[in-house]
Design a protein around this ligand. Structure first.
Ligand code: SAM
Length: 202
């Protein structure tokens, strides 16, 4: 079972989905309409969203959108301390801007690319949060020292065999000298970050 499943089963997390069409009017359960001013695509209407989100003002209502703040570990750490989050997933061209103005506390992007809908983005957030909830991860999967902690990427890991067809694990990891191993790991974290993500060091 995955981390989210375990978190739910242990009672650490409760995830509920809401079908916006349940808040729409008419036989067609319409939730989108053509944009004012013309242009391609459809826009999610304010009324179903207002009906769904209005009663949830005691939660932090988060819109998944490419125009949002880029998701990072600090944001996940903060979200993991919030009791009730409502994640709003867009479709089509996105939501009527008045929804953002009146019913949204935060806008979050999972990267500089466009997905067809916000569901995968919301799932990214849920998975990122679930593993931070105390008691969800076992000791073997400690979150201490992971990538993005202290703005560094994590060091490389190796496991048995120590020699696979001539491809060897670095000698230092087999030395048993825990002080030197920790020095090596710290140096690897710094070097990897310098090579791959120098922006994190800024
Ligand atoms: N027209 C929008 C734009 O150019 O910014 C893109 C809309 S996208 C096709 C439909 C929905 O997918 C968005 O409303 C949003 O909920 C979700 N989405 C797409 N890319 C995303 C991203 N990078 N981060 C978070 N949500 C995203």
């Amino acid at each position: 079972m995955g981390v989210v499943g375990r978190a739910i089963e242990a009672g650490h997390l409760d995830v509920r989905t809401v079908d916006l069409r349940d808040f729409s009017k008419g036989a067609h359960r319409q939730i989108d309409d053509a944009p004012f001013g013309g242009g391609a695509g459809m826009v999610m209407m304010i009324e179903p969203l207002a009906k769904a989100l209005g009663p949830l003002s005691d939660s932090i209502r988060v819109l998944m959108t490419p125009a949002g703040r880029p998701l990072d570990q600090d944001m996940l750490d903060r979200f993991a301390t919030i009791d009730h989050l409502t994640l709003v997933c867009g479709r089509y061209e996105g939501v009527d801007e008045r929804v953002v103005e009146h019913f949204i506390e935060e806008e979050v992007s999972v990267g500089d690319f466009v997905l067809p809908g916000g569901e995968a983005a919301a799932l990214t957030l849920i998975e990122g949060i679930a593993r931070l909830i105390p008691g969800v991860l076992g000791n073997a999967q400690s979150i201490e020292g992971e990538s993005f902690r202290e703005s560094l990427l994590e060091e490389p890991h190796y496991t048995r065999p120590a020699d696979y067809q001539g491809w060897k694990v670095p000698d230092i990891l087999l030395s048993g000298d825990h002080g030197r191993i920790e020095e090596w790991r710290a140096a690897q974290r710094l070097e990897r970050t310098r090579q791959r993500r120098p922006d994190l060091l800024d």
